[in-house]
Ligand binder design. Structure first.
Ligand code: NAD
Length: 697
């Protein structure tokens, strides 16, 4: 029929095979020939049943998301039109699913009368992860197969389920015992032989009738599924659409689903989430790493330091299947480190996310040593010792002496100069920064710090290994704090002054929470421990009026029950403390600061705008290759709300002109460097440019 769709016959069964590499995305050029093929087989009286199968490594893995928001997405035949035709066929249609049937792919399969899956197949509706809902009947058909409670859990989480779970839930009707297409053809023949009726999913009512009579079970499932949606619209819209599937007739629910979909697809949150989806893929393209660069083999990993970071980093690699040797200064330090690792795995076991056997197997992948020679055969060695240049240099000197040629030597430093660390070895081309975030076994971001001399194959290897252990890698350049911590510094610079001038910790934290951050800076400080910054300031000869005073009074945050807030015994909920308010007033008086009302807008301007400004400087200096890399750092490492797309995407929606005007205002008023607009930012504002390449807001 076309390059993308072929039709073959097996007796009275027509086998329609789709072939749109790499993942059979439902682009317009695929939908069109599918539609034609369905019309032909519908009208061919010799055909009694239909199998829809896919060539290549997977069934349809989704809509073509490059079409989203463009006229092509809606061009006829649209996916809803295709599903309607499929569902109206007077002969049974069977989807033969291998690989993944995701999003629009599963929606098309749901419009078939039956589904047969390969045993390794996975099915799901992940649209919510792009700020959307399934817009081609998924929210209306899935509940009819699996019941609304299960459907809302699947659609709101967006997580796929495997073939056996899909069979149990009722998404698929059979799992192929042998070759999938042959089994699907046999299944279709058997249904034809049964003589029907072949009830289309739209006409099935048995799974939704109970909820229609009593919605309480469904509402409880909605509550559970939408517990952590943090200001995102899509999860709530998904739940609304599934509720409509129960309470409204099929066609009305379908129409409402479409309206909700169109609202979301044109909204800023979905644009932001789709931006992040592409940004993550874009981050893998690193200037200077050409296609012919080959990665180095990494089979064995060494970690130096079994503290907070070393332990978490080692766990990440062990979880990713690598054997890991941890080196420490003493057996006692090793004992401490391993006790924490064991405790962390124990928590996973008690939560049911890890079995005892898996825990034992993972613990068995670690070895321990105090002797550098034991790291000689490691392909990658990551240092996570104290943050002091002298200590780092000593460690890298030792590594240089023992590591085999070609071994990659990495530092987890948060701020230090990776070039200086590299220069302490005779092989700077093999040295790279691998900046993990705490807790390292949980946080997905990895800043890969490229030194002046880091070899392209070292960068490529780091990117590959990062993905193998489930991280989101971003390559950044050398500067104090790299991308994330450097911008965090700019964000935090005004915190104390805002307090002295009249804001309260709770007001500032609320502005952050309303913005969509998981928590504000003072709550965060209390959680991390205020003593860390205090000690750091002391070592640098710096001070912070309020932070220092709190620490001098023994208020280190949650761990001491008080910090910027009060905490009840063992609780994490921050309670505003009048004593802190008094302390802030005292410090303001001492400094002759006149306190006044501070507006929420002022808080945003003085904390987030400097961060954007620093991001622009980072781009000017080519520390980040592109604005979207910065967005990936902040959404994966620092809790920047994904519905806002990361700081640089958000800056566009806020308006660069406005940001520059307000930075100039604050610079004029305070003379502080954080407010001095970066040349790039000024230029872009003048030219009407934008970080995301979209027309300026
Ligand atoms: P930590 O104090 O918890 O752990 C450091 C460990 O290194 C200790 O167990 C210590 O015994 C060991 N150590 C020190 N010198 C050593 C040596 N010469 N040989 C072998 N072992 C040695 O510190 P941490 O928080 O894990 O930080 C480690 C590194 O990670 C630092 O560079 C830090 O800046 C960086 N980092 C920390 C975080 C964080 O949130 N804690 C986040 C990212 C990066």
């Amino acid at each position: 029929m076309s390059d993308y769709v072929t039709v073959a016959r097996d007796g009275a069964i027509a086998v329609i095979t789709l072939d749109n590499p790499p993942v059979n995305a439902l682009s317009h050029h695929l939908r069109e020939p599918i539609f034609k093929a369905l019309e032909v087989v519908r009208d061919d009286a010799a055909i009694e049943g239909i199998v829809i199968a896919c060539a290549g490594r997977t069934f349809i893995s989704g809509a073509d998301i490059t079409e989203f928001g463009t006229p092509k997405a809606l061009a006829s035949p649209s996916l809803p039109e295709l599903c309607a035709l499929l569902e109206s066929l007077p002969k049974p249609a069977v989807a033969a699913i291998h690989g993944t049937a995701l999003g629009g792919g599963l929606e098309l399969a749901l419009a078939c009368h039956y589904r047969v899956a390969d045993k390794g197949a996975k099915v799901g509706l992940p649209e919510v992860k792009l700020g959307l809902l399934p817009g081609a009947g998924g929210t209306v058909r899935l509940p009819r197969l699996v019941g609304p409670e299960k459907a809302v859990a699947m659609i709101v989480s967006g997580n796929p389920i495997n073939a056996s779970a899909a069979l149990e839930a009722g998404v698929v009707d059979a799992i192929a015992a042998g070759e999938l297409t042959a089994d699907a053809i046999a299944f279709a023949k058997a249904r034809v032989a049964d003589g029907g009726p072949h009830v289309p999913v739209r006409d099935r009512d048995d799974k939704i009738a109970p909820a229609r009579a009593d919605l309480s079970g469904f509402e409880a499932a909605v509550k559970e599924a939408t517990r952590k949606t943090r200001g995102l619209e899509a999860p709530l819209a998904c739940a609304t659409a599934v509720r409509n599937a129960v309470t409204l007739p099929f066609d009305e629910a379908l129409k409402k689903e479409r309206e909700l979909f169109i609202g979301l697809v044109n909204g800023v949150q979905s644009r932001a989430q789709r931006h992040l989806f592409f940004a993550e893929r874009e981050a893998a393209k690193v200037p200077g790493v050409s296609k012919d660069v080959q990665p180095r083999a990494v089979k064995k990993v060494g970690v130096i330091g079994a503290g907070t970071m070393g332990g978490g980093i080692a766990m990440s690699f062990v979880n990713g299947g690598y054997p890991v040797t941890i080196l420490e200064m003493s057996d006692e330090a090793l004992d401490r480190g391993f006790a924490t690792i064991e405790k962390n795995y124990g928590i996973s076991v008690s939560r049911g996310s890890l079995s005892e056997e898996a825990k034992a197997e993972r613990m068995g992948r670690f070895s321990r040593t105090t002797n550098y020679a034991d790291l000689a055969d490691c392909d990658l060695i990551i240092e996570a010792v104290f943050e002091e240049m002298g200590v780092k240099k000593e460690v890298f000197g030792k590594l240089d002496a023992i590591a085999k040629p070609g071994s990659i030597l990495a530092s987890n430093t948060s701020y230090l100069d990776v070039n200086e660390i590299a220069a302490s070895t005779g092989r700077p081309q093999d040295v790279v920064g691998l900046h993990f975030f705490s807790p390292a076994n949980v946080m997905r971001l990895l800043e890969i710090v490229r030194g002046d001399k880091t070899a392209p194959d070292v960068l490529l290897t780091a990117l590959n290994v990062a993905r193998k252990i489930g991280k989101v890698p971003v390559v950044v350049g050398v500067c104090h704090g790299f991308v994330g911590n450097r911008m965090l510094g700019a964000r935090s610079a005004e915190g104390e002054d805002l307090l002295l001038e009249g804001a309260s910790p709770e007001q500032i934290d609320k502005v952050f929470a309303d913005f969509g951050w998981p928590m504000g800076p003072f709550e965060m400080g209390d959680l991390a421990g205020l003593d860390i910054g205090w000690r750091n300031r002391k070592s640098l000869g710096k001070t912070a009026a309020i932070g220092d005073a709190l620490c001098e009074a023994g208020r280190f945050g949650q761990k001491t029950g008080k910090g910027f807030y009060l905490y009840e015994q063992g609780a994490r909920k921050p309670i505003p403390d009048p004593e802190v308010a008094k302390l802030i007033e005292e410090k303001a008086r001492e400094r002759g600061v006149n306190r006044r009302d501070i507006s929420d807008d002022e808080i945003t301007e003085r904390t987030l705008y400097p961060m954007i400004n620093e991001g622009a400087r980072i781009l000017e200096e080519k520390i980040a290759a592109r604005p979207s890399d910065i967005d990936i750092v902040w959404t994966n490492g620092y809790g920047f709300p994904i519905g806002k797309g990361g700081p640089m995407f958000w800056a566009d929606t806020e308006g660069l002109k406005k940001i520059v005007e307000r930075l100039e205002y604050w610079h004029g008023k305070t003379g502080k460097d954080v407010f001095k607009p970066a040349a790039l930012l000024k230029q872009m504002a003048e030219d009407g440019g934008s970080f995301s390449g979209r027309p300026a807001a």
